[in-house]
Ligand binder design. Structure first.
Ligand code: ADP
Ligand code: MG
Length: 313
């Protein structure tokens, strides 16, 4: 394409909220054979909602939520935000004593209710851990609990499986070296997700879902969205390996993601597409930024490239 055609295409993209970082990226997009989607925050709304919280020990629900929200308050993860929001709601609306606080504080901030935490660590693809009142709290998936040296009891495991089979994620909570409860989170698909997957299929593009989430939840979500090829329980570095495995036979691969954990994969892909509402690190690593946070723009991006280069053939 001529420099003018590239400029025009870039302008058309910009008008549609599709930022194209350069002519090479624009040219590669027409050849995309695979689109690999991250799950959380990309195919799903990333606005997760807590649907269940169950305490497995003699601790009341309010105190349990206070502990978990304190640990998650420093995390940027959509799951963490969902938990903090749920705890906030519980604190202000379900605990009679807190209603007075709510009246005194129009923003209904829970920061004063939360515990002080120390040694906070976010472990990408796994969860968070920190110390509260001198005791370690671990919030995350099975892998994180096991790695932290704790066993998962049968009743907890059964409850988590039940959540996962209904497309929810079970977040396990351990405090002072024992499991104390589980939080169930639902993260609905973006409204357009299934239509986009179908549309890509019609364009001859294959779709794949990759996620750090567990296999059961991943399969349930993939089924809903119409993706057959799923890779689950993938660590952040592993997402880039998944991209490379599809490139092995010379295929042109696009990766669509929103999180810090997606940036190695976005960089490894022939065409990295970051969701504009995602993290800065993902946006930096990508060739395309989808500003409208709408997956239809994956199709728009491929269309623009195909049209630009079809003209000069
Ligand atoms: P995805 O690849 O779908 O975007 P992530 O790699 O971000 O998912 O996370 C994978 C899994 O790690 C989550 O499904 C969750 O079980 C766990 N996890 C990650 N961050 C957190 C957090 N802040 N709190 C609880 N669990 C978390
Ligand atoms: Mg994500």
């Amino acid at each position: 394409a001529t420099p003018t055609a590239v400029m025009v295409a870039t302008g058309v993209g910009a008008n549609n909220g599709v930022l194209i970082k350069g002519g090479d990226a624009l040219e590669r997009a027409q050849k995309i054979e695979y689109v690999i989607f991250d799950k959380t925050g990309t195919l799903t709304q990333g606005k997760a909602t807590v649907t269940t919280a169950r305490v497995f020990v003699g601790m009341d629900l309010g105190e349990f939520l206070r502990l978990v929200a304190s640990a998650e308050a420093s995390s940027e993860h959509p799951l963490a935000k969902a938990i903090v929001e749920y705890a906030r709601h519980f604190h202000f609306f379900d605990e009679p004593s807190a209603i007075k606080d709510a009246e005194n504080n129009s923003k209904e901030s829970i920061s004063g209710w939360l515990f002080d935490v120390s040694e906070f660590y976010a472990l990408p693809g796994r969860g968070v851990h920190c110390f509260i009142n001198g005791k370690r709290i671990v919030v995350g998936n099975r892998k994180l609990i096991t790695e932290s040296g704790m066993a998962i009891t049968t009743d907890v495991e059964n409850f988590v499986v039940e959540l996962e089979e209904s497309a929810r994620t079970g977040i396990l909570v351990a405090y002072d070296n024992s499991l104390i409860g589980v939080i169930g989170v639902a993260d609905p698909l973006k409204r357009e997700a299934a239509v986009v997957v179908e549309g890509l299929g019609k364009m001859g593009v294959r779709t794949v879902m990759v996620t750090g989430d567990n296999w059961r939840t991943a399969r349930a979500v993939a089924k809903e969205v119409g993706i057959q090829d799923v890779r689950a329980e993938v660590m952040p570095a592993g997402k880039a390996d998944v991209v490379r495995s599809f490139q092995k036979d010379g295929s042109i691969v696009a990766m669509v993601g929103d999180g810090i954990n997606d940036s190695p994969a976005l960089a490894a892909a022939d065409v990295g597409m970051a969701i504009g509402a995602g993290t800065d690190i993902a946006i930096e690593a990508a060739d395309y930024v989808l500003m409208r946070n709408n997956l239809e723009d994956v199709i728009t991006a491929i269309d623009i490239s195909r049209k630009t280069f079809a003209r000069i053939r």
